[in-house]
Every structure is written in C-alpha cells, then in structure tokens.
Design a protein around this ligand. Sequence first.
Ligand SMILES: Nc1ncnc2c1ncn2[C@@H]1O[C@H](COP(=O)(O)OP(=O)(O)OP(=O)(O)O)[C@@H](O)[C@H]1O
Ligand SMILES: [Mg+2]
Length: 264
Amino acid sequence: MPMNDNAHTLGLMGAKGGVGTTVLATSLAWALAQRGLRVVMLDLDRHNGQAALHLCERNAGPTLREALQAAQRMDDTLLDTLLTPCANGLRLLPAPRAWVPASAEPTADGAQLLRLVQVAAQLADCVLLDLPAAAMANEAYLPLLRTIDEVALVSEPTLPATFNARRAWQWLQDERHDTHGLEQAGCTFALNKVQRQHALSPEQVWRTLGLEAATPDRRELPRSDAAVASATYQGQALGALDGREPLARAVGQWADALAARWAS
Ligand SMILES: Nc1ncnc2c1ncn2[C@@H]1O[C@H](COP(=O)(O)OP(=O)(O)OP(=O)(O)O)[C@@H](O)[C@H]1O
Ligand SMILES: [Mg+2]
C-alpha cells in the first residue's frame, strides 16, 4: 500500500558503510527542494547519522532521539515543531548528536519508525530517508523497507561492496515484489564514485546484479573528491556550491527523473 496519497517516500540505503549514501541522500534532498518540492529528510541512521553535517550542522535542532521519545504522541503538529529548516523547501530531522548509554536510548521499533515516516508524509511532497547501511539486518527497519514507495540501494564499484550489494538487491526484490510489483519493486541501484581506477567496471557490477539493460532504475554517480570535500567542510549541499559540477549534475538529473515520475 502507498504510505500517503500525496507524498512520495524514498529511502537511501548503503550496501555497506561508507559508499556515499549520506552524500547522495542530502544532495538529492537539496536538489528536489530546488525543483519546488516540499522535502522532509529524516536521518534514520541512529548511531552514525551525518545528514546534518551536509545540510545545516550549525543550527540543527531536535533530533531523532527527541522524536522517538515523543513517539506515543507523534503527529504532524508535533513533528512540524521538531524539523530544522535547511534550505527553501527542505527540512531535516537530524540523527542524535551525542552518544548515550543504550539503556537510556528510547526504543525504536518498526511500528514507531514507520509511523514517523507516515507523519512526515503529511508535511511534505516527498520524504527522504537516510538509512543505515544494510538496514535490513536490523528488525526495526524491516516494516519501512517493505512499505516505502522507493528504495535506492547505494554501492560503489568494488568487490566487497558489490558482494554485499548483490545480497541486498536480491533481498529488496524478494521482500518488495508483492507490494511494489512493477519495475524492480520500486528499487533503484545507485552506483557511486564511478571512475576508472576502481577494482570493477560499472559493466561488471551491472552484470553481477543482473541489471545489464540500461533501465531508468540504475544510475552512475561520478567520483568528485574536491567538490564533495569542499561542500562537506562548508556544511553545504553539493549543488548549492556549484550546480554544474559533474556529481551535482548527475544528482540533479536523478532529481529531475524523480520529480517527473512523481508528477505523472
Ligand atoms: N561521489 C563521491 N565522490 C567523492 N567522494 C565521495 C563521493 N560520495 C561520497 N564520498 C565520500 O565518501 C565518504 C563516505 O560518504 P558518506 O558518508 O556519504 O557514506 P555513507 O555510505 O553514508 O557512510 P556511512 O555508512 O558511514 O553512513 C565521505 O568521505 C564522502 O565525502
Ligand atoms: Mg551515512
């Protein structure tokens, strides 16, 4: 079932850690907001989330911890007060900034996380989720992974990442096929940091994943060390600094495709 008639829900999940999920999720959120959509981004990477670093570190407000503490009475009015504005049309619920002992952490079960996304969907045209790498290993994320409209699996063209990506991609197809039957179960494969000196060519990755046909559901994102570093150290989304830079352009094309699909 769609989560909400109006808002689109898209979760980005790394096949493994460090493949660029947060860079892509924050850049995509920013690019969608630039295109006039009202975007709410939820950083659901509870322990390592860094979306705020890329969007609004200096003024990030309440976090996922406060949202989970208030889970019992969560509704659109409450969530509205928790979100930090980051740019025109873009608001963020950041991950917690400090560690607390596990015993002091509010619990996050699948129903609470799902409810949070459903409430966010009442406040936006699209809800983007920055998920922990291989989130399907954690039971709390399973209802979300099965229910949200779209999942983008992020990976890089290395052997270890591709090994994990094949497993994650298969799991997503199997789990989501019944509810999101069409077109690869509403999944996109985002191959990030593509350049020659990686161990695998994009073609080898596509073959391994069974994605040889250039469908709209596979994307290649170029490596852009200087642009990513400069955006990160300035706490800005990539496209905000230089929209013509290759990675920003590729993310912009992705945002264009999503916006066009969602409008139709
Ligand atoms: N296309 C790219 N070009 C160059 N550097 C990149 C690119 N994408 C990501 N990076 C860099 O790779 C590193 C990991 O990125 P990021 O934090 O987005 O990954 P992640 O998958 O979210 O990691 P984690 O598992 O810790 O959440 C960062 O140093 C980031 O700046
Ligand atoms: Mg991350």
